[in-house]
Write a protein that binds this ligand. Sequence first.
Ligand code: PGA
Length: 255
Amino acid sequence: MADRLPLIAANWKMNFTIEESLKFITALTHELKAAGNVEIVIAPPFTALYSTGVALSETPFKLAAQNMFWEESGAFTGEISGAFIKDVGCEYVILGHSERRQIFGESNEMIAKKVQAAIRHNLVPILCIGETLAEREARKTWNICENQLKTALSSIQLKAIENFIIAYEPVWAIGTGRQATPEQAQEIHHMIRNWISKTFDGATAQRLRILYGGSVKAKTSREILSQPDVDGVLVGGASLDPVEFAEIIRSVPQK
Ligand code: PGA
């Protein structure tokens, strides 16, 4: 198996003022004297990106935005460009989160444009895919995931995929307390890696990091993180507590 550096990402969603974000970073650095062999990414809301980025510059942690728009500039009231999030120090951007898809009507085609814009700005996309409960029950899980991958990555070159992160986040597991079983996650992660191998190439697929997201808690993270194709987790609710988030980071199996 390729040597993939585990990645633990915090998606704070619409939580934390500047002051609360800074308090969290102080508490997390205090909790984590030595994090081990793991990459840590924090995604605050837009308004706290700059100040959190300044605080993170003293740490090995990286900064991510939770979304971005695909256009460069102009009359797009309320939108934030790739250049803007790069300007405040982001290295990563979460794209296609199910809340964006479901609440804000983002389609696979819109997400594809965002993926292309992120790559133009040298941002690493954390592309979220996943099925709803009805789709899982109708045995359409893989169809849905494949379709999301196919459209989002339709005009992406092999070189850009080298720097990609995919997050499998079943919609029924997000914020519900109902985490996918380690076996369910492993099955889809394995299928994603096979699809990347078939569509791009085998070596790239082996290097690609695939995260699991959906109700990850400190109590359950170790088991899911020990699956062979699970390279990290994207954490929502449990990332708002620095003590619990530090515990999730410490649960990464050190190989
Ligand atoms: P959750 O959210 O951990 O609160 O389920 C995960 C996510 O939406 O990325």
